[in-house]
Design a protein around this ligand. Structure first.
Ligand SMILES: C[S@@+](CC[C@H](N)C(=O)[O-])C[C@H]1O[C@@H](n2cnc3c(N)ncnc32)[C@H](O)[C@@H]1O
Length: 263
């Protein structure tokens, strides 16, 4: 059932959001994102959409039960693969946006926090292109196993899958990517404290070269609080609230700017 907080945020967003054509956006960079990346399809979209649809369809037919060790909710439970993909995987609209953002931003490394069955990973890896590595972290060994098999089977090889908890794995990984241009997709553990902890870790090493896409920024009051605080952080220059997702950008020389955009 949809939470009352989420419904009220949707209504507020509808009233506040700037037009999808970019009217009233002063920043040339944000105007570019809105006109050419957020609200438009690009040439390579069709092929990526085709590959990930096939990937998703295959998971939707998989009725195996696997163990889930969700470090985000702290619950040890199991689930059927076909239901997990329906419940947890990024939807096509958001996934295609991720792939366009990666292709446009041209990071040296992509990080995904929360692999699940690898659907989001597939969009990111295909958008990034074969030469850019996508490092994805997942706490559930069984989910990771399915994701790794599926990625291999669908010819998506520019992925390094790390099995482990964000709190242990992220600090190790961040050491190895310091000073690189990085795009991060944060899609696991949607709790206020955890989100702020990961955002602080990421922005500490950001060095003017980071884009972070936060999923479900208005899922509940805790996530909206986290989003508001992230927008105020000193290290953050540009934020774009798309309701379902939030884009956080650190750009040298840019003034602090906050946008709410229709998508
Ligand atoms: C919403 S799903 C990710 C969906 C995926 N990005 C996609 O689009 O297909 C979140 C995943 O994050 C993992 N997760 C949550 N908290 C975690 C943590 N602290 N460490 C490692 N993995 C975690 C869960 O096991 C779950 O599989």
């Amino acid at each position: 059932m949809m939470h009352i907080h989420y419904i009220s945020k949707c209504l507020q967003h509808f009233v506040k959001a700037k037009h999808w054509r970019g009217f009233g956006i002063h920043s040339p960079y944000v105007y570019h994102l809105q006109r050419h990346i957020i609200s438009t399809n690009t040439k390579s979209d069709r092929e990526i959409r085709r590959i990930v649809r096939r990937y998703r369809k295959e998971l939707a037919r998989d009725n195996r039960r696997i163990d889930l060790n969700d470090l985000g909710t702290g619950k040890a439970k199991s689930g059927i693969v076909s239901s997990i993909v329906k419940r947890a995987a990024v939807d096509e609209k958001s996934g295609m946006l991720l792939s366009r953002l990666v292709a446009d931003y041209k990071p040296e490394v992509v990080i995904e926090m929360g692999t699940s069955l690898g659907v989001g990973t597939a969009y990111l890896a295909l958008g990034a292109g074969a030469d850019v590595e996508v490092i994805t972290i997942e706490g559930s060994p069984e989910c990771s196993k399915v994701a790794q098999k599926m990625l291999d089977k669908h010819g998506i090889h520019n992925v390094k899958l790390i099995v482990g908890g964000f709190d242990e794995e992220l600090p190790k990984m961040l050491k190895s990517i310091e000073r690189k241009k990085v795009l991060v997709y944060l899609d696991g553990n949607h709790a206020y404290e955890a989100t702020m902890r990961y955002m602080n870790m990421l922005l500490e090493i950001a060095d003017d070269n980071m884009m972070i896409v936060m999923d479900d920024i208005h899922l509940h009051t805790g996530m909206t609080k986290a989003w508001r605080e992230v927008c105020q952080m000193e290290a953050v220059t540009t934020t774009i609230d798309l309701m379902r997702m939030g884009i956080v950008i650190q750009r040298s020389g840019a003034q602090k700017e906050q946008y709410v955009l229709r998508w």
